[in-house]
Design a protein around this ligand. Sequence first.
Ligand code: FES
Ligand SMILES: [Fe+2]
Length: 421
Amino acid sequence: MNIATSDKPFAGKTAFTQSCGLGTEPVPLAPYRSAEFFERERARVFERAWLLVGREEEIAAYGDYFVAELLPGGVSTVLNRGKDGKVRAFYNTCSHRGSQVVDGPTGNARRIVCPYHNWTYAADGELLSIPDESSFFAVDRKRCGLTPMAVDTWEGWIFVNLQAEPEVGLRAFLGDFADRLAGVPYVAADKPIVLKADLDANWKVVQDAFIESYHIPAIHKRTIAETFSSNENRFARLLDARVFGPHRTVSMYGNPKMPLDPANKVEMLAYASGDTGSLIAAGTSTQMDSFLQHPAVNPTGVDCWSMDVNNLFPNTQIDFGPGGFWVHQFWPLTPNTSRYEVRFYVPDALNARQRLQQELYVARVIEVVLEDLANVARTQRGIDSSGKDHMQLQDSEVGIRHSVEQLLKWVDADSVAEALL
Ligand code: FES
Ligand SMILES: [Fe+2]
C-alpha cells in the first residue's frame, strides 16, 4: 500500500520504503557486476519486457521511420508508419544476405531499398522487387518480407517486445501505471534534443543516479543543490514515492525560495519573471497549464516540488518538471558498460526571453547530467573491486531498492505473468 507524506513532510523521517512494501535490509551488489546475472537479465528482462523506443510524433507521416538499437542484444530495429497509418517495427535485416536495410537514424522512405543489392520493400515490410530475380532459385517473395517485431503504443509512446508473441500485452505490462499516467499531455513531443553517451558503468548504476535525490547536495553542489534542497530539507528528502508493479515514481523536493545569483546576468534575465519557479523549465507555466494540472504531475500538489521521476521497468525514466518532460534511457552493453540516452522536449519559444530560458535550461540540465555521469565510472570501479557485497540504502533511495527487487524477481520468474504477480 502506498501512503503520501504527512502535511509537514520534513518534520520527521519519511517511510516510503515501508509504504511501498519493501524490506529494509542491505541490497546485493552482485546484479551490478556479475557476468552470469548480466546474461540472465538480458534473457529474462530485456528479451521479455516491453521496451520504450520513442514517440508516435517522431513518425507522424506515411514512410517516416527511425531506427532504435535494442541493447544488449545489439538488435537494430526499424520503426515506421505505413500507408494505412499503422506504426510497425521490423528487424533491420535484409532477407537477401542480412544487411541492415536502413542506416538510420531517421528519415522518410515509402519504399525501403536495401543499400547492398537494392532489394526493395514496402513500408509494411512486404518484399516488392528483387533485381535480376530470374537468376535466383525459387525465392518465395511472400516469405521474404522484413521480419516484424511486436510493437504497441500507449499514450503516444511506442514500445517493442523481443518475444515473437509477447506473453503479456503492453497494457497488462503497464498495469496501474497506465491509469495513473493516462491523459498526460506531452507538449512538443516531436522535437527531442537527444544526447547519447557510452559509459563505463553497469546500466543500473547510471539509472540509480537519476532516481534518488540523496546525492544532490554532494554531487550537485555547484549547480542544483540550492534548487533541490534548502534549510527546510537539507538532505533533499523525497516528497513522495509509489510503486506500481515493476514500475515506480518518485517526486523530488524543490526549493520555492531558490535564490537567483545576481552576478549571473543570463540567469537573472531568463528568470526575471519567476514564471516557472525552477531552473528545470523549458516552457512557461501558461504553456504547461494542462500538463501541470494533471494529477500525476506533482502528485502531492505542493509548492516545494521540483520534479517527478516515472521509472518504467526496466530502463526508462519519463521525468516531469514545471516546464515540461524529458526522458532518460539506460541500455546494457556489458556487465560494466552501458549506453545512456536523454531526450529533452522543448516547445516553440513564445519570445526572446523564453528562447534564452530554454537555452539555459538545456545547458543547465546537461551540466547537471554531466555531474552525474562523471560519478558513475567511479561507482562501478568501487563495485567491481568486490570489497563490498551489499549497499546500504536509505529512504530516499527507495527507487533503487524497488528496481533491484523487481529485477531479481524477473530473472527468477519462469513466465512474465509470474514476474508481474
Ligand atoms: S543484403 Fe540486402 S539486397 Fe543484398
Ligand atoms: Fe544527479
